[in-house]
Design a protein around this ligand. Structure first.
Ligand SMILES: *Cc1c(COP(=O)(O)O)cnc(C)c1O
Length: 366
């Protein structure tokens, strides 16, 4: 099997997804499985659906198209505001899109009318994280405009926290979103189907036993994939944090000094090299994986291996002793490392499952 490769354990993903779907359902919250971090791999998307997510969401229309073409049957939501240049594709391939700009929604309405379909809209509300969202004071007017547009169905409202600024979802801001849904319903005599509270950053709030009010949907990526909440990157109880493993191969392993010599300028990261006072010999091992393949700072090395450097094509570790050339080291990627590895054409993806009937490739030495 070639390296570098990302080994993807569908059985662990199935467990994580099934577990959270079940837990959140007791609060009346359904899960939209977010597929962007794994480039909407149809096999993984299928696993999420089989494990109980009620819909799929992605920030890129290309990924949604890919899943449609692969024959995935599910409600699909574009969770980033559509680009004006893509509205026709959005109407064609996504059932619902998240929106904050009335000009885009008007265009979605035009395209949907021409195509003879109805497109669903979730209006995103700004609640402090300062990424996408309509300011609270402008919501009623936007709802009013949206309700007048042909071939558009207002499905609900939503918010996204814990991303740009790391503002954490709590009882106060979630109650505010919930109250806003009530206010819109009362003002317009409608019932919003969806009140989408957020992403994996909402897990702790949702499972804390507080009244979750009108919030009836969360959009989950990281929690399902890596078993962690993104506020403090704590492992979520009872979930697997190792469903993804990044495997790289040793191409050099030598005893070398810990200190470089010669005149020091910037390194490959644009950092000025700072000389440590330490000067002793170490077992320096080079792996054939680099910044072009993943986020090297987002890799967790196995015990006894310490990451000490890297460049576009090399990862350098202190391995304690010399390692055989050609042997492999297995790393746990964080979200950033995972996304980059999924995106790199140089990283092979090996999807497998413990159910022998659905084995697609056998990981080496797990
Ligand atoms: C990426 C994204 C999510 C999923 O985030 P996770 O932290 O991976 O759960 C949810 N909502 C929106 C709008 C996103 O862009």
């Amino acid at each position: 099997m070639s390296a570098p490769r990302l080994e993807i354990d569908l059985t662990k993903l199935q467990h994580n997804t099934g577990y959270l779907v079940e837990k959140l359902s007791t609060s009346g919250i359904s899960v939209t499985g977010v597929t962007k971090a794994f480039l909407a791999s149809p096999e993984i998307a299928k696993t999420l659906i089989e494990s109980g997510v009620s819909a799929l969401g992605d920030s890129r229309i290309e990924n949604i198209e890919k899943m449609r073409h692969a024959g995935i049957v599910a409600s699909m939501t574009l969770i980033r505001s559509p680009m004006m240049s893509q509205v026709a594709r959005v109407v064609r391939y996504a059932d619902i899109s998240f929106n904050t700009e009335i000009d885009i929604i008007r265009n979605l309405s035009n395209c949907a009318s021409k195509a003879g379909v109805t497109h669903g809209i979730v209006l995103m509300v700004e609640m402090g994280d300062l990424r996408e969202g309509i300011m609270l004071g402008d919501i009623i007017e936007t709802v009013y405009d949206v309700l007048s547009l042909p071939n558009i169905k207002l499905c609900g409202i939503g918010t996204n926290l814990a991303c740009r600024s790391g503002v954490s979802p709590d009882e106060r801001n979630m109650a505010e979103l919930s109250d806003l849904a009530d206010a819109i319903d009362a003002r317009f005599g409608i019932t919003l189907d969806t009140v989408s509270g957020g992403n994996s950053g909402n897990i702790e709030w949702a499972l804390s036993g507080v009244n979750t009010g009108r919030i009836n949907e969360l959009r989950l990526g990281e929690a399902l994939l890596l078993g962690r909440e993104p506020l403090q990157r704590q492992a979520i109880d009872d979930l697997h944090t190792d469903a993804f493993t990044l495997v790289a191969e040793v191409i050099e392993s030598k005893i070398k000094p810990s200190r470089p010599w010669g005149k020091l300028e910037q390194n490959a990261f644009g950092e000025q090299s700072s000389l440590s006072e330490d000067d002793f010999d170490i077992a320096q091992t080079i792996l054939a994986i680099g910044l072009q393949d993943t986020d090297l700072t987002g890799l967790r090395a196995p015990t006894g291996i310490e990451i000490i450097g890297g460049s576009s094509d090399h990862l350098i570790v202190n391995s304690g002793s010399r390692l055989p050339i050609g042997c492999e080291i297995r790393f746990q990627p964080n979200y950033s490392a995972l996304v980059r590895a999924m995106t790199s054409p140089f990283v092979e993806k090996v999807v497998y499952s413990h159910d022998l009937n659905v084995e697609h490739g056998k990981p080496s030495d797990s």
